[in-house]
Design a protein around this ligand. Structure first.
Ligand code: ATP
Length: 354
């Protein structure tokens, strides 16, 4: 278990600035996720933490030691790659044992540790198979066992589930969580899938073009996004450009199209804002402390365990979500609809400069 700190880490590749001064603190025994769109710098951050690449500027610390220019093995971090990188000519057993043989451990010790790792990833009985005789999920388990058998201080996982089908992805992400809890090991996990990040992480860092936009628990990131980018990246949400037209202390009235929403909390100076409303926070019945928006029904979409109502307010589409069939009774495309939104559930954020 280790605490990892990045201090002002900058990394460039020719003209591309991949990391623009990244600061991070990852706690002991935490499952910490780097989340962001393709090319935002997640893998570069992970490789620098792993010791597979070095920053142009800045420092990496593991507990009280600076490790910025130490090799991977010197810092005790192991990276599991997206494609697993198993040795095809070796059996499962030999793949897992490899790191221990390199360390020249006695045979009996190696055997004990390999059997422990096989049990941990639930692959007992598979030791004589070759990687080509395994499913994607099983190969992933071997890769994780191979990483864990050397008892790393830090496990780094780069999009470990991206080659698996949807069902296996769900299964493996619970497995990774279980193993992490069982061992109490610090894990840094990279993904571009916000749902996966929410489900698996203790905390998430949302990255955008070489910067960290926000660090927080899944709930904080989802419910209190601090920037427009984080709000729109975290799941399906309504992000509506609007203008502040009145201010009184920390309360504002904002306007979009011909709609005015009053009594919203906003402390920033910028009058160009976005309002952020989660679809599941919109009610189709009157509720307390609500602003109301009356428009037309554009679409009603049935998703099985919920229903979405896309309302048209002037030119703006706003999505509401309900789990109750009763809520859509009487609604029809082009018919009138009123959305009720508690003021506390409306977030006003400065509009992002492009
Ligand atoms: P993905 O989800 O697509 O893997 P990522 O968030 O992991 O993306 P990185 O792989 O860290 O992103 O890349 C960050 C930026 O640095 C990108 O613009 C990428 O093109 C660039 N980059 C990364 N590695 C190299 C390299 N070896 N040479 C040149 N440019 C690179």
């Amino acid at each position: 278990m280790v605490e990892v700190k990045l201090k002002d880490v900058v990394k460039t590749f020719g003209e591309t600035v991949a990391l623009k001064g990244v600061d991070l603190e990852i706690k002991h025994g935490e499952l910490f996720t780097l989340l962001g769109p393709s090319g935002c710098g997640k893998s570069t951050t992970l490789r620098i933490i792993a010791g597979l690449d070095f920053p142009d500027r800045g420092e990496i610390w593991f507990d009280d030691s600076e490790v910025t220019y130490l090799s991977s093995s010197e810092r005790g971090a192991v990276l599991v790659f997206q494609n697993y990188a198993l040795w095809p000519h070796m059996t499962v057993y030999d793949n897992i044992a490899y790191g221990l043989k390199v360390r020249k451990l006695p045979k009996s010790e190696i055997d004990k540790k390999v059997r422990w790792a096989l049990e941990l990833v639930k692959l007992e009985g598979f030791e004589d198979r070759y990687p080509t005789q395994l499913s994607g999920g099983q190969q992933q388990r071997v890769a994780i066992a191979r990483a864990l058998v050397v008892e790393p201080k830090l496990l780094l996982l780069d999009e470990p589930l991206s080659n698996l089908d949807a069902k296996l992805r769900l299964e493996m992400r619970s497995e990774i969580r279980r193993i992490q809890r069982e061992l109490g090991i610090t894990v840094i996990y990279v993904t571009h899938d916000q749902e996966e990040a929410m489900a698996i992480s203790d905390r998430i860092a949302v990255m955008n073009i070489g910067n960290i936009e926000q660090v927080g628990t899944p709930r904080e990131i989802y419910e209190q996004p601090r920037t427009e980018f984080v709000a729109s990246f975290m799941g399906k949400t309504n992000v509506i450009p609007a203008k502040v037209v009145e201010r009184e202390e920390n309360k504002v009235t904002v306007e979009f199209e011909s709609f005015r929403l009053d009594g919203l909390t906003y402390n920033e100076k910028n009058d160009n804002v976005v309002i952020v409303i989660r679809p599941e926070r919109i009610s189709l019945h009157p509720i307390e402390n609500a602003v109301t928006l009356t428009g037309k029904v554009d679409l009603i979409e049935y998703y099985g365990f919920f229903i979405e109502i896309v309302g048209l307010f002037g030119e703006k589409r706003i999505i509401a979500r309900t789990i109750s069939d009763k809520d859509i009774k009487g609604l029809k495309p082009q018919g009138e609809v009123t959305f009720y939104i508690n003021r506390e559930d409306i977030l006003v954020l400065p509009r992002q400069q492009l």
